[in-house]
Ligand binder design. Structure first.
Ligand code: HEC
Length: 196
């Protein structure tokens, strides 16, 4: 009886191991089998769900609030928009964070930050980035993966734990965007901001 039980257990264990190999090899197979077009589609899906458009896409302002401007998708804070005066005393106490109405500009204790141009324009966007640079910068929270820290409110720590395949899909989608020339200003440090 005991022997029978032992044999059954061994068979079951072997089957379980085989089954789990089967599962992991089919998921790996799936990721590898994505065509370029499917990878881009998955990237678009992740970018939409990941809220990248919230900050990186200029908006059309409607009575129901800001909606992404499809003609300027992911091109960052518009260089032609004028920054209104800021009373920095509201912010440097850490009590408030301000956003421009289109959410592409944010003011906080870190200063003023402008959502960057993620399109393929070579001078003003990320057209010259490699997949490796993108993955490293999202994993480390540093510009280009090695430079100064990427400032708030960029939620890079939400992307940090994505699997390589997902980050690759996001990058493939960003690299499929048409280039839009839009030079986003550099962040303004708190020392350059006035308190009234
Ligand atoms: C809440 C606003 C916000 C959201 C949401 C957001 N970002 Fe950002 N992002 C920013 C800001 C602001 C910066 C610029 C930070 C700085 O100047 O240091 C930035 C910077 C970046 C950079 C660095 C660009 C560079 O030149 O180094 C990349 C890449 C990026 N974002 C990608 C994304 C992706 C992909 C998503 C969606 C998963 C996303 N962001 C969601 C606000 C946001």
């Amino acid at each position: 009886m005991n022997k029978k039980f032992f044999t059954m257990s061994v068979i079951l264990a072997v089957l379980l191991v085989l089954f789990s190999f089967q599962i992991s090899s089919t998921t790996e197979q799936k990721a590898k089998d994505l065509t370029k077009q499917e990878l881009i589609k998955r990237g678009e899906y992740l970018v939409r769900f990941g809220g990248c458009n919230d900050c990186h896409t200029p908006k059309v302002l409607t009575p129901n609030g800001p909606v992404p401007d499809k003609a300027r998708l992911l091109s960052g804070h518009p260089s032609d928009s004028k920054m209104p005066d800021i009373d920095y005393s509201l912010v440097d106490t850490g009590k408030w964070v301000l956003f421009s109405p289109d959410l592409t500009l944010a003011v906080g204790p870190w200063g003023v930050t402008f959502a960057t141009n993620l399109t393929t324009d070579k001078q003003t966007g990320i057209g010259l980035w490699t997949e490796e640079i993108f993955i490293n910068s999202m994993r480390t929270g540093k510009h280009m993966g090695a430079g100064p820290p990427i400032l708030p409110p960029m939620p890079w720590f939400n992307l940090e734990h994505l699997e390589d395949e997902d980050l690759k899909a996001i990058f493939a989608y960003l690299q499929s965007l048409k280039p839009i020339k839009n030079l986003v200003p550099a962040p303004i440090p708190p020392s350059q901001l006035k308190t009234k």
